[in-house]
Ligand binder design. Structure first.
Ligand code: ADP
Ligand code: ZN
Length: 218
């Protein structure tokens, strides 16, 4: 089974992805994490990606698609995967379909987590990431047991460069531009599943994941 997570930065995509990964026993592929890994290890790919990431811009398709192709060869993808942060352009969506088709697979669900933008801006400002294991916390709604320290691995929590308010706004702009064509793409494919989430909708990431699992069991 292959599930693609659509939804703006800060929509809860990451958390929903983690829950579904565990419960459905699928690989979790986050292109954002893969890029950050490359930055940290100062790979060639990381050097190419940095200038785009620091501005909140999309890394060019050619680089991104190549990186995903490599990751998809990993043996943990055998049973399927949750794709978090890919595709972000129509070209990426098309390449994914082609990649999967080679093994007789397809995207089974494109999950659109629909959270109002004003809620998102606030959420991202409260977000902290672990330097050690990439776990994500919200200092208001999901704080670590000890301030500034990861519950999972004891690593240091920090605010990512691209979680600072100026960059967040740009990322949301970038997201808006790409979201429409992806939603159209998966609507046409008949695989779009949209859930209104967030505080006003009264639905958190756990409830979103639960709804998805229920739907898939049917
Ligand atoms: P977000 O929290 O915005 O979803 P991610 O952690 O998924 O951010 O990604 C961080 C950055 O990595 C993006 O702002 C972008 O520069 C780059 N990136 C991640 N996935 C893609 C992709 N599929 N295509 C192009 N760039 C990407
Ligand atoms: Zn950690």
């Amino acid at each position: 089974m292959f599930i693609v997570l659509l939804g703006a930065p800060g929509s809860g995509k990451g958390t929903v992805g983690e829950i579904l990964t565990k419960n459905l026993k699928l690989a979790h592929i986050s292109t954002g994490d893969l890029f950050r890994e490359n930055l940290k290890n100062e790979t060639e790919l990381g050097k190419k990606a940095r200038e785009y990431m620091d501005k909140g811009e999309l890394v060019p398709d050619e680089i991104t698609i190549g990186m995903l192709k490599d990751r998809m060869k990993n043996s943990d993808v055998e049973n399927g995967a949750i794709l978090d942060g890919f595709p972000r352009t129509k070209l990426q969506a098309e390449s994914l379909d082609k990649m999967l088709a080679l093994d007789g697979n397809k995207v089974d669900m494109a999950l659109n987590i629909d959270v109002p933008f004003d809620e998102i801006v606030e959420r991202i400002a409260n977000r902290r990431s672990c330097r050690g294991c990439n776990s994500i916390y919200n200092i208001v709604f999901n704080p670590p047991k000890q301030e500034g320290i990861c519950d999972e691995c004891g690593g240091e929590l920090y605010q990512r460069e691209d979680q600072k308010p100026e960059v967040v706004e740009n990322r949301l702009e970038v997201y808006k531009k790409s979201a429409d064509e992806l939603i159209e793409y998966y609507t046409n494919a008949g695989t779009l599943y949209s859930i209104k989430a967030g505080d006003k909708a009264g639905k958190n990431s756990y409830q979103v994941a639960e709804e998805v699992e229920k739907y898939l069991r049917k």
